[in-house]
Design a protein around this ligand. Structure first.
Ligand SMILES: Cc1cc2nc3c(=O)[nH]c(=O)nc-3n(C[C@H](O)[C@H](O)[C@H](O)COP(=O)(O)O)c2cc1C
Length: 208
């Protein structure tokens, strides 16, 4: 066994272990709106956390100079739009991850098309296969680095045509998301899928 006592590790070592271990991670491309305009940035500390109401989370670390624009904007306007990063938009997503000065509109820098959202003020990105308009439920400050855990309620769902059927089944192949692995440029596609039906014991499962 290779073992580590977390108390003996600095934050960089723990960061490398976390991003190398918890994989693949879905990627949220998040648009926000602050006094200095709209912003877009990707976050892979991201997941679904509830369904009534639909809720999701992503987690944003501070940079050396303080809060990232996404967090600063959410403090100014507690709404955001989460887009699923597909293979088709990965290069533009990567542009949005550049550490531009505050006030830069990464949506425009990346060549994305911004459209007005239905229920929130930040715009959504037309090219993303899925856009989830969210209102902030809670932002928790975590740890020493620190991280800002953003929890949001989905208030409006946008899908490109052909992804969701009338029974609300989502065709993940048509979303074609990419996942984040560790390292400077590690990603994965969903091109090696398989099915494994759940085994029933007594009653239905409580979730995945
Ligand atoms: C695929 C990918 C995933 C990322 N995930 C995170 C993350 O989960 N948390 C984080 O703080 N930064 C993450 N980053 C870095 C941010 O996207 C980057 O710091 C960005 O410039 C922040 O933008 P902002 O200052 O406009 O909010 C990720 C970058 C990439 C390319």
């Amino acid at each position: 066994m290779t073992e580590f006592d977390a108390a003996q590790l600095d934050w960089q070592a723990q960061y490398k272990l976390m991003i190398g271990t918890i994989t693949p991670r879905p990627i949220a491309l998040v648009t926000t709106l602050g006094k200095s305009g709209p912003n877009a940035a990707p976050f892979s500390f991201f997941n679904a956390i509830g369904s009534d109401p639909a809720m999701l989370m992503f987690s944003v670390g501070d940079k050396e100079s303080g809060a990232k624009d996404t967090v600063a904007n959410i403090r100014e306007c507690p709404e955001f739009v989460v887009h699923i990063v597909s293979d088709a938009i990965k290069d533009k997503m990567n542009v949005c991850a550049i550490d531009y000065p505050r006030g830069t509109n990464e949506i425009a820098e990346a060549g994305f098309t911004a459209l007005p959202s239905k229920k929130v003020r930040p715009p959504y990105i037309a090219e993303a296969p899925v856009a989830l308009e969210c209102r902030l439920t809670q932002m928790l400050e975590l740890g020493r680095k620190p991280y800002h855990l953003v929890i949001g309620e989905v208030v409006y769902f946008h899908y490109h045509d052909g992804i969701v059927n009338e029974k609300f089944h989502v065709d993940v192949g048509r979303i074609n998301p990419i996942g984040r692995l560790a390292g400077k440029g590690g990603y994965t596609r969903i091109t090696d899928r398989f099915e494994m039906p759940r085994i029933k014991y007594g009653g239905p499962g409580s979730g995945d």
